[in-house]
Design a protein around this ligand. Structure first.
Ligand code: FNR
Length: 188
Protein backbone atom coordinates (compact mmCIF):
# COMPACT_ATOMS: atom_id res chain seq x y z
CA UNK A 1 0.00 0.00 0.00
CA UNK A 2 1.29 3.43 -0.91
CA UNK A 3 0.40 6.87 0.41
CA UNK A 4 -1.22 7.83 3.67
CA UNK A 5 -3.30 5.34 5.64
CA UNK A 6 -6.75 6.77 6.24
CA UNK A 7 -8.07 6.00 9.73
CA UNK A 8 -11.62 6.71 10.83
CA UNK A 9 -11.80 7.42 14.56
CA UNK A 10 -15.04 6.74 16.42
CA UNK A 11 -15.52 7.57 20.10
CA UNK A 12 -18.24 5.71 21.99
CA UNK A 13 -19.41 8.51 24.26
CA UNK A 14 -21.86 11.34 23.62
CA UNK A 15 -20.86 13.20 26.78
CA UNK A 16 -19.67 16.79 26.31
CA UNK A 17 -16.71 16.37 28.65
CA UNK A 18 -16.01 12.80 27.56
CA UNK A 19 -12.54 11.45 28.28
CA UNK A 20 -12.85 9.16 25.28
CA UNK A 21 -13.74 11.95 22.92
CA UNK A 22 -10.81 13.86 24.41
CA UNK A 23 -8.53 10.85 23.92
CA UNK A 24 -9.57 10.71 20.26
CA UNK A 25 -8.79 14.41 19.98
CA UNK A 26 -5.35 13.71 21.43
CA UNK A 27 -4.86 10.94 18.87
CA UNK A 28 -5.41 13.48 16.07
CA UNK A 29 -2.24 15.28 17.05
CA UNK A 30 -0.30 12.06 17.71
CA UNK A 31 -0.93 10.35 14.37
CA UNK A 32 2.22 9.54 12.38
CA UNK A 33 3.08 11.41 9.20
CA UNK A 34 1.90 8.57 6.99
CA UNK A 35 -1.59 8.47 8.50
CA UNK A 36 -4.65 10.65 8.09
CA UNK A 37 -6.91 10.31 11.13
CA UNK A 38 -10.43 11.70 10.91
CA UNK A 39 -13.30 11.66 13.38
CA UNK A 40 -16.83 10.40 12.83
CA UNK A 41 -19.34 11.63 15.40
CA UNK A 42 -22.02 9.04 16.22
CA UNK A 43 -24.20 11.48 18.20
CA UNK A 44 -27.00 11.71 15.64
CA UNK A 45 -27.40 8.03 14.88
CA UNK A 46 -30.91 6.90 15.90
CA UNK A 47 -31.61 3.61 17.66
CA UNK A 48 -31.31 0.64 15.38
CA UNK A 49 -34.39 -1.24 14.27
CA UNK A 50 -34.43 -4.04 11.76
CA UNK A 51 -37.61 -2.46 10.38
CA UNK A 52 -35.50 0.49 9.16
CA UNK A 53 -32.45 -1.27 7.84
CA UNK A 54 -33.60 -1.32 4.20
CA UNK A 55 -33.99 2.49 4.31
CA UNK A 56 -31.36 3.65 6.79
CA UNK A 57 -31.11 7.23 8.06
CA UNK A 58 -28.74 9.59 6.22
CA UNK A 59 -26.30 9.57 9.14
CA UNK A 60 -26.00 5.80 8.88
CA UNK A 61 -25.39 5.99 5.13
CA UNK A 62 -22.65 8.50 5.91
CA UNK A 63 -21.16 6.21 8.57
CA UNK A 64 -21.06 3.30 6.14
CA UNK A 65 -19.61 5.42 3.33
CA UNK A 66 -16.90 6.89 5.58
CA UNK A 67 -16.12 3.46 7.02
CA UNK A 68 -15.71 1.95 3.57
CA UNK A 69 -13.55 4.88 2.46
CA UNK A 70 -11.21 4.33 5.40
CA UNK A 71 -8.26 1.96 5.37
CA UNK A 72 -8.60 1.31 9.11
CA UNK A 73 -10.88 2.10 12.05
CA UNK A 74 -9.96 3.38 15.51
CA UNK A 75 -12.56 2.71 18.21
CA UNK A 76 -12.18 4.74 21.40
CA UNK A 77 -14.54 3.18 23.89
CA UNK A 78 -15.71 3.93 27.40
CA UNK A 79 -16.64 1.03 29.65
CA UNK A 80 -20.28 0.82 30.73
CA UNK A 81 -21.18 -2.02 33.07
CA UNK A 82 -18.17 -4.04 31.95
CA UNK A 83 -19.03 -3.65 28.27
CA UNK A 84 -19.14 -1.07 25.51
CA UNK A 85 -21.77 1.70 25.65
CA UNK A 86 -25.05 1.11 23.85
CA UNK A 87 -24.46 4.08 21.55
CA UNK A 88 -21.27 2.52 20.21
CA UNK A 89 -22.85 -0.91 19.81
CA UNK A 90 -25.79 0.79 18.09
CA UNK A 91 -23.48 2.46 15.55
CA UNK A 92 -21.64 -0.81 14.99
CA UNK A 93 -24.91 -2.67 14.49
CA UNK A 94 -26.17 -0.13 11.95
CA UNK A 95 -22.89 -0.33 10.05
CA UNK A 96 -23.15 -4.10 9.83
CA UNK A 97 -26.63 -4.24 8.33
CA UNK A 98 -28.55 -5.27 6.29
CA UNK A 99 -27.09 -8.75 6.22
CA UNK A 100 -24.55 -8.99 3.41
CA UNK A 101 -23.82 -5.24 3.46
CA UNK A 102 -21.43 -5.07 6.40
CA UNK A 103 -19.34 -1.89 6.07
CA UNK A 104 -16.84 -3.10 8.69
CA UNK A 105 -15.97 -6.22 6.72
CA UNK A 106 -12.23 -6.76 6.47
CA UNK A 107 -11.25 -3.52 8.19
CA UNK A 108 -8.16 -3.41 10.39
CA UNK A 109 -9.10 -1.87 13.72
CA UNK A 110 -7.28 -0.31 16.65
CA UNK A 111 -8.98 -0.19 20.03
CA UNK A 112 -8.35 2.10 22.97
CA UNK A 113 -10.35 3.56 25.82
CA UNK A 114 -10.42 5.69 28.94
CA UNK A 115 -12.31 5.09 32.15
CA UNK A 116 -12.42 6.53 35.63
CA UNK A 117 -11.85 3.01 36.97
CA UNK A 118 -8.63 1.14 37.62
CA UNK A 119 -8.81 -1.17 34.57
CA UNK A 120 -9.11 1.53 31.93
CA UNK A 121 -11.88 -0.14 29.86
CA UNK A 122 -10.16 -3.55 29.67
CA UNK A 123 -13.43 -5.47 29.95
CA UNK A 124 -15.18 -3.28 27.39
CA UNK A 125 -12.29 -3.66 24.99
CA UNK A 126 -12.45 -7.45 25.17
CA UNK A 127 -16.19 -7.35 24.53
CA UNK A 128 -15.51 -5.17 21.53
CA UNK A 129 -12.92 -7.65 20.27
CA UNK A 130 -15.60 -10.35 20.49
CA UNK A 131 -17.87 -8.29 18.22
CA UNK A 132 -15.00 -8.00 15.75
CA UNK A 133 -15.18 -11.74 15.13
CA UNK A 134 -18.62 -11.67 13.51
CA UNK A 135 -17.99 -8.26 11.94
CA UNK A 136 -14.90 -9.78 10.28
CA UNK A 137 -12.73 -6.90 11.45
CA UNK A 138 -9.04 -7.44 12.15
CA UNK A 139 -8.16 -6.00 15.57
CA UNK A 140 -4.61 -5.02 16.29
CA UNK A 141 -3.43 -6.96 19.36
CA UNK A 142 -0.67 -4.71 20.69
CA UNK A 143 -0.21 -2.22 22.16
CA UNK A 144 -3.30 -2.16 24.36
CA UNK A 145 -4.20 1.38 25.35
CA UNK A 146 -6.25 1.43 28.55
CA UNK A 147 -6.31 4.84 30.19
CA UNK A 148 -7.22 4.18 33.83
CA UNK A 149 -8.21 6.80 36.43
CA UNK A 150 -8.90 9.15 33.54
CA UNK A 151 -9.74 12.06 35.81
CA UNK A 152 -6.05 12.39 36.62
CA UNK A 153 -4.86 12.09 32.99
CA UNK A 154 -6.65 15.05 31.38
CA UNK A 155 -6.67 18.72 32.30
CA UNK A 156 -9.84 20.76 32.73
CA UNK A 157 -9.87 21.67 29.03
CA UNK A 158 -9.82 17.98 28.06
CA UNK A 159 -6.18 17.88 27.00
CA UNK A 160 -4.49 14.54 27.60
CA UNK A 161 -1.63 15.54 29.85
CA UNK A 162 -0.40 12.08 30.88
CA UNK A 163 2.81 11.43 28.98
CA UNK A 164 2.61 7.64 29.26
CA UNK A 165 -0.89 7.61 27.73
CA UNK A 166 0.25 9.89 24.91
CA UNK A 167 3.15 7.57 24.14
CA UNK A 168 0.86 4.51 24.13
CA UNK A 169 -1.54 6.21 21.72
CA UNK A 170 1.36 7.14 19.43
CA UNK A 171 2.58 3.53 19.49
CA UNK A 172 -0.92 2.24 18.79
CA UNK A 173 -1.30 4.49 15.73
CA UNK A 174 2.09 3.51 14.34
CA UNK A 175 1.26 -0.16 14.87
CA UNK A 176 -2.19 0.26 13.29
CA UNK A 177 -0.65 1.82 10.18
CA UNK A 178 1.85 -1.03 9.98
CA UNK A 179 -0.89 -3.63 10.53
CA UNK A 180 -3.05 -2.02 7.82
CA UNK A 181 -0.20 -2.06 5.33
CA UNK A 182 0.46 -5.72 6.12
CA UNK A 183 -3.18 -6.66 5.55
CA UNK A 184 -3.54 -4.56 2.40
CA UNK A 185 -6.28 -2.02 1.75
CA UNK A 186 -9.93 -2.83 1.34
CA UNK A 187 -11.00 0.81 1.20
CA UNK A 188 -13.41 1.88 -1.55
C1 FNR B 1 -19.77 3.75 33.97
N1 FNR B 1 -18.42 3.78 34.33
C2 FNR B 1 -17.71 2.60 34.40
N2 FNR B 1 -16.33 2.62 34.53
C3 FNR B 1 -15.63 1.46 34.54
O1 FNR B 1 -14.40 1.49 34.64
N3 FNR B 1 -16.27 0.25 34.41
C4 FNR B 1 -17.62 0.16 34.28
O2 FNR B 1 -18.14 -0.93 34.16
C5 FNR B 1 -18.37 1.37 34.27
N4 FNR B 1 -19.73 1.34 34.12
C6 FNR B 1 -20.41 2.50 33.87
C7 FNR B 1 -21.77 2.44 33.50
C8 FNR B 1 -22.43 3.60 33.15
C9 FNR B 1 -23.85 3.51 32.68
C10 FNR B 1 -21.78 4.85 33.24
C11 FNR B 1 -22.51 6.12 32.85
C12 FNR B 1 -20.47 4.91 33.65
C13 FNR B 1 -17.74 5.06 34.55
C14 FNR B 1 -17.09 5.54 33.27
O3 FNR B 1 -15.76 5.06 33.23
C15 FNR B 1 -17.05 7.07 33.24
O4 FNR B 1 -18.37 7.59 33.32
C16 FNR B 1 -16.35 7.61 32.02
O5 FNR B 1 -16.09 8.98 32.20
C17 FNR B 1 -17.17 7.37 30.75
O6 FNR B 1 -16.45 7.74 29.59
P1 FNR B 1 -16.53 9.20 28.95
O7 FNR B 1 -17.97 9.59 28.79
O8 FNR B 1 -15.81 10.12 29.88
O9 FNR B 1 -15.82 9.07 27.64
Amino acid sequence: MHGKIRILGIAGSLRQGSYNRAALQAALSLAPQDALLEVFDISDIPPFSEDLEQRPPVKVLELKQRTRAADAILFVTPEYNYSIPGVLKNAIDWGSRPYGDNAWDGKPVGIMGASIGMLGTARAQYHLRQCCVFLNMYPLNQPEVMIATAGSKFDLEGNLTDQHSREKISQLLVALVDWTRKLGSKSE
